[in-house]
Design a protein. Structure first.
Length: 488
């Protein structure tokens, strides 16, 4: 039997505690075999009762039990958390029974005496069904997982068990996308029949986020979601785009059947956005905002697309789709529970990007006659996230082709250059006056104050004044007639 060096910080401790009864499983082994470092360590301890495992671990760190029945322990030591599980079998059972983690139809039975091979049988894909014994590096690979990794393909470990957990359908798309593996053809007919109704939407969102952030080409995962029947059932607002065509003159990109669909354009735009986020060094929350914006930027085309006789020919137009897209995306983000991440409001940044995704191109078209005002307004509308605006603009344009870009194109670089040249930044568009600045002028808090602040901010963006003192003078001038009216 082949062996492999498994090294991570606390390996020695686990071997001391559990001798040759402790294994790493899942992603850690898979990624080691692919020659890729893996952060997340999942462990399996065989031959010991849950109580004994807990007692041993408690002496060396914090222990949290994740649902006793699952037999999964979270063990945290010096800032690193390990998932430690006991061998178990999962069995399908009646729906509508309470569960701990959203595995709605599964009952779990842990059994210390269960052979490791049996635990591997319940796992989703063969490349994930490999165990690595920590004491000597022995690989236990009863389902040809290594062969699948070499051949870069995903096969089901146990086809009969696949429908038991509908999340596996979405995980299939995620692994295909993130690992760049092919799905075994036998998965599709099985997946199509799985009832996705009871799936926890948070876990679906988690997988979607991984598809977007962790794939070099997220379109792989999006395409698999479509082919597995999961897009239609879990993201109907995106599925609708597979049936909407675009003008072939402006959108030469085609799907596998030669149709110029909005969905194909969306997939390519997401790929380009992923590449640009990497090239521009966006941190994950910012990258996610860009990717979600790319995914939903044209969602409104499903309801706004028309044939129109224009400039001597029949053309496909989608007037007002940006606002429709924003509305559809807002509903989707609420459903998927996408809000803030690391203090950055991902959902609202993405919505802003969707709403403004045509502004950059409009500025470019009118570039001969623009003043600072126009750039101020776009920056303000985008909450100061001008790099994100430029990135989505470039991704949208590049989403007409399959070749990944190497950076921002000339048009997007022009936009950022103008912002720099005119000194338009997140700081420069910050309102000079806030409510508390108006209180000393005798303006009481309320809708009147709100309207006044809005008007002053409009004038600030128009370039009427650039300092706080000048803004206060302008407020004073605006107040005089109103104050007089109030006195009368
Ligand atoms: P990641 O790189 O995201 O950590 P992973 O393969 O380790 O990928 P986890 O979600 O950490 O995935 O799960 C660990 C292992 O548990 C998987 O490799 C798989 O063997 C098994 N597993 C997880 N979820 C399921 C599921 N829904 N059905 C079957 N097996 C699962
Ligand atoms: Mg893992």
């Amino acid at each position: 039997m082949k062996s492999l060096e498994a090294d991570f910080r606390d390996r020695g401790l686990f071997v001391r505690l559990f001798k040759d009864g402790v294994y790493t499983v899942g992603g850690f082994v898979r990624d080691r075999l692919r020659g890729i470092p893996s952060e997340d360590v999942d462990l399996l301890v065989a031959g010991r009762r849950l109580e004994d495992v807990v007692r041993s671990l408690k002496k060396h760190g914090r222990v949290d039990l994740v649902g006793r029945s699952f037999g999964v322990i979270k063990f945290t030591r010096a800032g690193k958390t390990y998932d430690v599980a006991l061998p178990r079998t999962d069995r399908a059972m009646d729906k509508n029974l309470p569960d701990g983690r959203g595995h709605k139809d599964i009952v779990v039975r842990t059994d210390p005496a269960l052979p490791v091979e049996e635990d591997l049988r319940r796992r989703d894909f063969r490349c994930n069904s490999i165990a690595l014994r920590l004491s000597d590096g022995t690989l236990i690979d009863p389902f040809e997982g290594r062969r699948d990794i070499r051949q870069r393909r995903l096969r089901l470990t146990n086809p009969a068990a696949f429908p038991e957990d509908p999340l596996r359908v979405v995980r299939a798309a995620r692994f295909a996308s993130v690992l760049g593996f092919r799905l075994d053809p036998e998965i599709y007919p099985v997946a199509q029949k799985v009832d996705l109704g009871g799936l926890s939407i948070e876990r679906v969102a988690e997988e979607m986020v991984k598809i977007l952030l962790d794939s070099s080409r997220p379109s792989r995962g999006l395409d698999e979601l479509f082919k597995l029947g999961a897009l239609r059932r879990l993201f109907p607002e995106l599925y609708a785009l597979t049936l909407v065509i675009q003008d072939s003159l402006f959108h030469p990109e085609k799907d596998a059947f030669g149709h110029h669909t909005v969905w194909r354009h969306t997939e390519l735009t997401v790929d380009q956005a992923r590449r640009l986020a990497e090239r521009l060094g966006f941190p994950p929350p910012k990258a996610l905002a860009l990717l979600l914006a790319a995914l939903y930027h044209d969602a409104g085309k499903a309801e706004t697309t028309r044939w129109e006789f224009k400039r001597g020919r029949m053309a496909v137009t989608s007037v007002g789709h940006d606002l429709a897209s924003e509305r559809i995306a807002r509903q989707a983000f609420r459903r998927l529970k996408i809000f803030s991440w690391g203090g950055f409001d991902v959902a609202s940044a993405a919505l802003t990007l969707i709403r403004t995704h045509h502004w950059a191109a409009e500025l470019w078209q009118n570039r001969a006659s623009l003043t600072k005002k126009a750039f101020n307004r776009l920056a303000a509308e985008a909450g100061g996230e001008i790099e994100l605006v430029a990135a989505l603009d470039a991704a949208d344009r590049a989403g007409r082709g399959g070749r990944l870009v190497s950076g921002l194109d000339r048009q997007a670089r022009w936009l950022l250059g103008k912002f720099a040249e005119l000194n338009v930044t997140k700081e420069s568009i910050r309102p000079l006056l806030l409510g508390r600045d108006l209180l000393p002028l005798g303006v009481p808090p309320g809708p009147g104050m709100g309207a006044l602040l809005k008007e002053i901010y409009r004038r600030q963006l128009d370039g009427e004044f650039e300092t706080k003192a000048a803004a206060l003078r302008a407020a004073g001038r605006l107040l005089r007639p109103a104050a007089a009216k109030a006195v009368r």
